[in-house]
Design a protein around this ligand. Structure first.
Ligand code: HSE
Length: 305
């Protein structure tokens, strides 16, 4: 009759994989509750932690939930409670957590007609409402866990890569809001050939490094010559924090999703702790309040709690 769901935060792009790569975080995430009701349809009954619309067709979770039930024979209704912990416009997949949580929770109440990979396309409908584009690089890792690669969009082809054992992520979230739609508007519609070559070489290298647990190869590959040069100006003190993270031994560092969060990937918890302290000290020099998280890669994704 009722399920309570944990909807994890995610890091999209991972430098070289704009709109195709992502990973799932542990312990940072929203909670959602789904209840069967007699009245048919989807209803949002409670939202805490954010000022979001209750109108189903204007709410990311509502739109994603509708996408699932429109593809099933359902003889009951569903009431949804959304308890946001991930701030909107933070760059760690706030809208995706709502979308992925919604499709997962609704699917559970329906008796699981869809597999987790099948739910990705429904979740993308919610993501599209938030950002104006149907990308899956946050919803895929949120649903599947681990690292995910969107090999193709038409048709959707998502590959999950189990995280290397010692992979940790540090995320620094400056308390400014960057809307995904704005961060996409600063990008150039075409990229020079030599930059494309660098980028796809690095993406191949990152994937090979993940499969072989070759941290040095992953480190060489965690570069972004396509998107970061245009977006870095949207994030105060970005370059300095990235430099400090790398100096302190991070494998790579960059903009998390559309920003403003800045991430660093590290081999081992001890290294991640050192990097987190260094990033924190560096950002404390600004007047901008921030949060900092340290997380292992979450290999499970969205789940019932
Ligand atoms: N790939 C997306 C972007 C993720 O960077 O615009 C943010 O939703």
């Amino acid at each position: 009759m009722e399920v309570r769901v944990f909807c994890p935060a995610t890091i999209a792009n991972l430098n070289c994989g704009f709109d195709v790569m992502g990973l799932c975080l542990e312990n940072i995430g929203d909670e959602m509750i789904f209840r069967k009701t007699i009245t048919k349809g989807i209803e949002i009954t409670n939202i805490t932690g954010a000022d979001l619309p209750y109108e189903v067709t204007k709410n990311v979770a509502g739109v994603a939930a509708l996408a699932v039930i429109e593809n099933t024979d359902i003889d009951f209704g569903i009431a949804i409670e959304i308890h946001k912990k991930i701030k909107a416009g933070s760059g760690i997949g706030s809208s995706s957590a709502s979308a992925a949580g919604a499709v997962f929770g609704v699917n559970e109440l329906l008796g699981k007609p869809f597999s987790k990979p099948e739910l990705i396309e429904f979740a993308m409908k919610g993501e599209a409402l938030a950002s104006g584009s149907e990308h899956a690089d946050n919803v895929a890792p949120c649903l599947l866990g681990g690292f995910t690669l969107v090999r193709g969009y038409h048709p959707l082809d998502v590959i999950k890569i189990t995280s290397p054992e010692k992979m940790y992520a540090v995320v620094l979230h400056p308390h400014i809001e960057v809307k995904t739609v704005d961060a996409r508007a600063v990008l150039e519609p075409t990229i020079p050939f030599h930059k494309a070559i660098t980028q796809w070489g690095n993406l191949g290298g990152l994937i090979a490094g993940l499969y072989t647990q070759d941290y040095a190869l992953m480190s060489r590959s965690l570069q972004d010559v396509v998107v970061e040069p245009f977006r870095k100006h949207l994030i105060p003190h970005f370059e300095k924090v990235k430099e400090i993270a790398l100096q302190n031994g991070a494998l790579g560092s960059g903009i998390s999703g559309a920003g403003p969060s800045i991430f660093a990937l590290c081999e081992g918890k001890q290294k991640a702790e050192t990097v987190a302290v260094a990033m924190k000290n560096e950002y404390s020099k600004t007047q901008i309040p921030f949060d900092i998280y340290l997380s292992k890669v979450n290999d499970e994704g969205v789940k019932i709690i």
